[in-house]
Design a binder for this molecule. Structure first.
Ligand code: FAD
Length: 287
């Protein structure tokens, strides 16, 4: 319950935050909503000597259009995502998934940047970002760079973020008009991380799947893009055989941890079910 002592910094610009993080080195951590980092500090699983609070930086919050992309500032909260009509209309899977994250109080604080940068396989947003083909903007002492979400996750709590860098925005390509979508999450209770979850975005043409992307949450040490599972349904009308093939292809890349959510085989089994359910619900929504 009691974190270790730390110094608190509140930079007013990305440049100042980056400089602080570079100067202070490994003993410093960015602080966003604090709803993953502070619990870790209270258990002393993390004991940073410096917290660099990003709340004072104007411009890190907000949702805007940039051509065919929705650009979401890193400090945009899950509550902000839920309140955005543009998100609900243009990338509705983000709205659906945000409602399945944590609880109202956590969603008032937790940010999209913190959720995707955290590196915990239990977080829900990362697999969505793989599914949507999102890009992360990272800013550091050497300038800014864009990294595909698909290239960002390297292992549990290991990401492409370099020391001193912060993630400033997430850019989400708008899915095609009339697309179908679903985020299916199996969890033990409200506010729990997924036993297994699947994100699906697809389009239909003439009753057959024309395009499809499938992401998986908490069934591996990183979020996964299930490319073979998506391939298994393209060109099909999502008949029982296609759903079975997709579930099997997704299960083939799962390697969940055995924990209080169940043994490995159970989590793979329900992971396959989440894939099939998400595909069916996405198809029922596609126009
Ligand atoms: C009770 C409870 C239930 C929860 N349930 C869920 C759930 O079901 N699904 C889910 O996805 N999450 C869940 N969460 C986590 C919640 O969504 C967190 O808010 C989120 O994981 C982290 O976002 P944050 O803004 O709070 O980040 P913080 O806790 O402030 O930071 C998390 C990590 O990311 C780093 N970081 C933060 N922002 C940046 C940035 N811009 N650039 C670089 N590094 C950064 C920090 O240094 C830290 O290492 C839950 C949390 C709680 C307390």
């Amino acid at each position: 319950m009691i974190p270790g002592a730390f110094s608190y910094h509140r930079p007013a610009s990305v440049a100042d935050a980056v400089k602080l993080l570079s100067d202070l080195g490994e003993d410093a951590r960015p602080l966003a909503g604090g709803h993953s980092l502070v619990p870790m500090m209270k258990f002393r699983l993390a004991s940073p000597a410096h917290l660099v609070d990003l709340h004072g930086i104007a411009g890190l919050k907000g949702i805007r259009r940039d051509g065919d992309n929705l650009v979401i500032g890193a400090m945009t909260t899950q509550h902000d995502l839920l309140a955005s009509e543009d998100v609900a209309r243009s990338v509705p899977i983000l709205h659906e998934a945000a409602l399945l994250i944590a609880d109202p109080q956590v969603r008032y604080r937790g940010t999209i940047g913190g959720n995707v940068a955290n590196g915990d396989p239990g977080n829900d947003m990362p697999a969505l970002m793989l599914t949507l083909g999102a890009t992360y903007r990272l800013e550091g002492a050497n300038g800014a760079r864009e990294v595909q979400a698909a290239d960002f996750y390297q292992g549990a709590y290991f990401t492409a973020l370099e020391p001193g860098e912060i993630l400033t925005a997430v850019s989400v390509p708008l899915p095609a008009a009339g697309h179908g979508y679903a985020y299916e999450k199996l969890k033990r209770k409200v506010g729990d991380y997924a036993t297994a979850a699947a994100a699906v975005v697809l389009t239909l043409a003439g009753g057959k799947v024309a395009s499809c992307a499938i992401g998986l949450t908490n069934v591996h040490e990183t979020p996964l893009l299930a490319a073979d599972a998506a391939k298994a349904v393209i060109g099909t009308s999502l008949d029982a055989a296609a759903l079975k093939n997709a579930a099997a292809a997704a299960q083939a890349i799962m390697s969940p941890a055995a924990d209080a959510r169940g043994p490995v085989e159970y989590r793979k089994h329900v992971g396959g079910i989440m894939v099939a359910r998400a595909l069916q619900r996405a198809a029922s929504r596609a126009r």
